[in-house]
Design a protein around this ligand. Structure first.
Ligand SMILES: NC(=O)c1ccc[n+]([C@@H]2O[C@H](COP(=O)([O-])OP(=O)(O)OC[C@H]3O[C@@H](n4cnc5c(N)ncnc54)[C@H](OP(=O)(O)O)[C@@H]3O)[C@@H](O)[C@H]2O)c1
Length: 287
């Protein structure tokens, strides 16, 4: 039987990757709603969209993702990442359908040195991180049938991201300097999209409501990531390691944001690909 699902924020990195994978999931009819088609901060429009289209699952890819800009726009970040996430959860509850929401590694306490597990205490730093934390918690409180997937360092051939920025800067500058004291795991948005669609197929029968981590497999710093990007593309621009102190940003980033993916693997049988393999796949698609 064909299952209709709705993807909000469909023009972002993740939304576009779900679009690419749609053909691999023939039992899903996916409705893609960009910001123009459905503004998630408009509660009436959200409710009407669900009533008119009757999706059986909602995946929310919409978010305020400008981490540094959020420090200067806290109200807008809160409206999109917290208040509107609550609207989506409320609307899904009214429609009695599962709500799949994406959150971030930034909710964890970045001062630890062991992979973060879903039920540990959170310590979001900065406006973006706090609004994402409040949003995921609000959704979980409002609607039982909520699945939150926390992810990290997302990149894709769509949109703007670290991979594309490094490729551009390597062409423009004689050398690159990249922070080497922030450790985490990259996530190819296509791998995340695949995981979300698999969860979509399983969620009504399994009822696996709650929080899950997902990223690619492996632990690196941004410096190591940059080096691998340039090496894979055989770009000779040298890359040098620097400290966070040498590269100050308006929003503070966690020093260590590696996440355990065991819960996702045990519950859904979804195991992440090694980060280098996924990076190679993505780089083939970026001119
Ligand atoms: N990117 C990362 O490194 C990263 C890391 C951890 C977690 N995440 C999370 O992963 C999820 C997907 O991120 P992404 O990288 O795909 O983000 P993205 O590329 O920035 O896409 C976000 C999308 O949300 C849309 N949007 C913003 N406000 C909206 C509104 N009011 N109504 C409807 N749509 C709206 C944007 O529309 P416009 O195209 O019109 O701007 C954009 O298309 C987000 O929840 C993000 O917080 C991302």
């Amino acid at each position: 039987m064909i299952k209709t699902i709705l993807v909000t924020g469909a023009n972002g990195q993740l939304g576009n990757e779900i679009r690419v994978l749609a053909a691999h999931f023939p039992t899903l009819k996916i409705l893609f709603a960009s910001r123009n088609e459905l503004d998630i901060t408009d509660f009436d429009s959200v409710k009407k969209f669900l009533l008119d289209n009757e999706p059986k699952v909602l995946i929310n890819c919409a978010a305020y993702t400008a981490v540094d800009k959020a420090e200067a726009e806290p109200d807008l970040a809160k409206l999109i990442n917290t208040t509107a996430t609550g609207y989506l959860a409320d609307a899904c509850k009214l429609a009695a359908i599962p709500f799949i929401h994406i959150s971030t590694d930034f909710v964890y306490d970045g001062n630890k040195t062991l992979p973060h597990v879903e039920n540990e205490n959170a310590n979001p730093i900065g406006v973006y991180a706090k609004t994402k934390w409040d949003g995921e918690q609000l959704a979980l409180q409002k609607h039982t049938k909520t699945i939150v997937v926390r992810t990290s360092w997302v990149y894709s051939s769509f949109g703007n991201n670290f991979v594309k920025t490094m490729l551009r800067l390597a062409r423009e500058k004689p050398e690159l300097k990249v922070v080497n004291d922030q450790t985490g795991s990259p996530t190819y948005a296509r791998d995340l999209a695949d995981a979300l669609l698999k969860i979509t197929l399983l969620c009504e029968t399994m009822k696996p409501w709650g929080v899950y981590n997902f990223s690619n497999d492996g632990t690196i710093t941004w410096f190591e990531f940059a080096k691998q990007i340039l090496m894979t593309r055989e770009i000779p621009t040298p890359v040098y390691p620097i400290t966070t102190e040498q590269f100050p940003t308006p929003a503070r980033r966690p020093a260590y944001s590696v996440m355990s993916k065991e819960k996702m693997a045990k519950t859904f049988g979804i195991t992440p690909k090694p980060w280098k393999l996924s990076l190679e796949e993505c780089l083939k698609l970026i001119p």
